[in-house]
Design a protein around this ligand. Structure first.
Ligand code: FE2
Ligand code: FE2
Length: 268
């Protein structure tokens, strides 16, 4: 990319210098997207902060008009690895999920702790929403993503691990995570629904499955240990019903969510 053209596109050197790091990153991404033949648009949720008036049709990041021969991206984003016609869970791990070390290491720990295969699978999948779909309310979204393909206990545990992560249980040696103090600050207090759902979970027959996810939820791990998804291939085979048509191409209540991960930047 031509540096001078890029700086001119954001309004010149002074305007560029006045931007913060996030704005610079967004502007660079916008400029790179402009170089594609198809225009890639970010979700309005993340570009307007709910405040800017909507422009229609929107070009990437708001104000640049669509180029003469440009159209909005309506399929594969060429900046991402191309996915096959029948994607498996493993393919999502490989081509769409980021920072998978966390879930892999958590599943490894659960396995070493001798937990059931279903619980190991729940640990392996517990944060995949963060890895590929959406971070906010990741337990709830993660549970919906996998519900059609796993035993109900697995998706239930994934849903409720989010709330239980904030709630100590001394009887099983679970304290509020130190990492959360660092991540969210000492004064952070979860919303009421987290307390409500933790209470629901505590009184449920599958409480310990969700609790085990929190007990094996590892943020700091040995960098010398490399865990591969392959280590769980047999557990996935036995407990994750891969649809014949491929994830994103079958017809379940969460198919569209997998499809959105395949084509995350489609205009509509
Ligand atoms: Fe989580
Ligand atoms: Fe986690």
């Amino acid at each position: 990319m031509d540096r001078r053209a890029f700086i001119a596109s954001v309004g010149g050197a002074a305007a560029f210098a006045a931007m913060n790091a996030n704005q610079k990153a967004d502007a660079l991404e916008a400029a790179m997207a402009q170089e594609l033949e198809q225009v890639v648009v970010k979700s309005h949720l993340f570009t307007t902060f709910g405040k800017e008036p909507q422009e229609w049709p929107r070009s990437p990041y708001g104000r640049q008009p669509l180029g003469k021969n440009q159209v909005f991206l309506m399929g594969h984003d060429p900046r991402l690895p191309l996915m096959s016609e029948k994607p498996t869970l493993a393919e999502f791990f490989e081509k769409r999920f980021t920072v998978t070390a966390h879930v892999l290491q958590s599943a490894r720990l659960a396995k070493m702790n001798g937990l059931s295969e279903k619980t190991v699978l729940a640990c392996l999948l517990h944060d995949i929403s963060v890895c590929g779909f959406i971070s906010a309310d990741h337990g709830y979204f993660g549970a919906q993503l996998v519900a059609p393909y796993v035993d109900e206990e697995v998706s239930w545990a994934i849903k409720y691990h989010q709330a239980l992560r904030f709630i100590p249980d001394e009887s099983v040696g679970y304290a509020y995570p130190e990492t959360y103090v660092r991540f969210f600050g000492e004064d952070y207090k979860p919303e009421p629904y987290i307390y409500r759902d933790a209470e629901i979970a505590k009184n449920h027959k599958w409480y310990m499955t969700a609790r085990q996810i929190t007990l094996n939820d590892l943020y700091s791990f040995d960098p010398n240990v490399k865990v591969e998804l392959e280590d769980f291939a047999d557990i996935i085979d036995r407990h994750f019903k891969q649809p014949e048509e491929g994830l994103g191409y079958d017809d379940t209540p969460s198919t569209h969510m997998w499809r959105a991960m395949i084509f995350p930047n489609k205009f509509l």
